[in-house]
Design a protein. Structure first.
Length: 319
């Protein structure tokens, strides 16, 4: 377990020509992992892309790309929202690159698009499209491959309704690379629910965004870290959990599952809108100006309570 850091160096991220990356839209780095060559892969949001930086000499290294990274970058750009790109990426044992969009697919609430891109997609090996099923407002914030490739851990975070929480889910080995093996392109993977925790006076959960896993003699150590967004109301928290690797892997196989597509989302939306519109019309007839007054008063209270929980700080003020 780390207790200190020495000999650290800090330097600017660099582009493909060695130039310093200026501005949030170009330098919004979100995740970093080692590839199978020992180099570093970094994912960026806003201007969605994944670049490689050679090691050693990372600080002075200019970025590079290849067909695999260009393919993943294009998929992220085509499908992810501006600030909802790859918060986490991971490299599988065969060198394939995995990433998911942080924001749900358009028209859905719980479906998150992702891909498994092989090392050389131009050679004809299939790119696998996968979708995550994450409920209750949780979003994918990082990925980590278990030792030996036994499964993919998915760190999830949630901020909303005055609550801040995290979940750890597990996708078993083969579930990603087998694709939608139940016969429909719209099926989603629901990770096995390994852990869940919520922020409270007794729980130091915060904006959990970083995850790694290490093999400690048959025990897997999961390390998590939060991002405080430079906010006085948030904290940088480092947490570790340990579990038996064999038991954790078995749990993932038993509990992870395929679920049907998030059907009827647009129809549900239409129904809700119609219901709300009808309800408002009736209320206006009954309440008249009084309803308008209540709505304005509620809006003012909402604005005054804007900074009462971490959700607004993370998703609005620090975007």
């Amino acid at each position: 377990m780390p207790v200190s850091v020495s000999g650290a160096k800090v330097g600017p991220m660099r582009g493909l020509e060695g130039e310093k990356l200026d501005g949030k839209s170009l330098s919004d780095a979100e995740s970093v992992v080692y590839d199978n060559r020992g180099d570093l892969l970094v994912s960026f949001e806003r201007h969605h892309r994944v670049w490689r930086y050679q090691t050693p000499g990372f600080i002075d290294s200019k970025a590079s790309t290849d067909s695999q990274l260009e393919t993943m970058s294009r998929l992220l750009s085509d499908h992810c929202t501006y600030n909802g790109g790859a918060e986490g990426i991971e490299v599988l044992l065969d060198g394939s690159l995995v990433a998911f969009c942080e924001d749900a697919e358009r028209g859905t609430l719980e479906t998150f698009a992702g891909w498994v891109v092989p090392p050389s997609p131009a050679d004809g090996k299939a790119i696998i499209a996968v979708r995550l099923d994450l409920t209750d407002g949780f979003r994918p914030s990082d990925l980590s491959l278990l030792p030996g490739g036994a499964g993919l851990m998915v760190l999830q975070r949630m901020h909303g309704k005055g609550r801040t929480g995290m979940r750890l889910g597990l996708i078993p080995e083969g579930m990603l690379t087998n694709g939608n093996n139940n016969g429909t392109d719209q099926a989603r993977i629901k990770p096995a629910p390994v852990a869940e925790a919520w922020q409270s006076q007794d729980s130091p959960i915060d904006n959990m965004e970083g995850l790694s896993s290490d093999d400690i003699g048959g025990v897997v150590r999961l390390s998590l870290i939060s991002d405080d967004n430079f906010s006085a109301s948030q904290r940088t928290v480092y947490l570790t959990f340990e579990a038996n690797l064999t038991e954790l892997t078995r749990f993932g196989v038993e509990k992870a599952k395929w679920v049907p597509a998030e059907g009827g989302a647009s129809e549900r939306t239409k129904a809700v809108v119609a219901g709300v519109a009808g309800g408002l019309a009736v209320a206006l007839v009954l309440a008249g100006v009084a309803m308008v007054f209540v709505a304005v008063r509620h809006h003012r209270r909402a604005r005054e309570a804007r900074y009462h929980h971490i959700c607004e700080l993370t998703r609005v003020d620090f975007e």
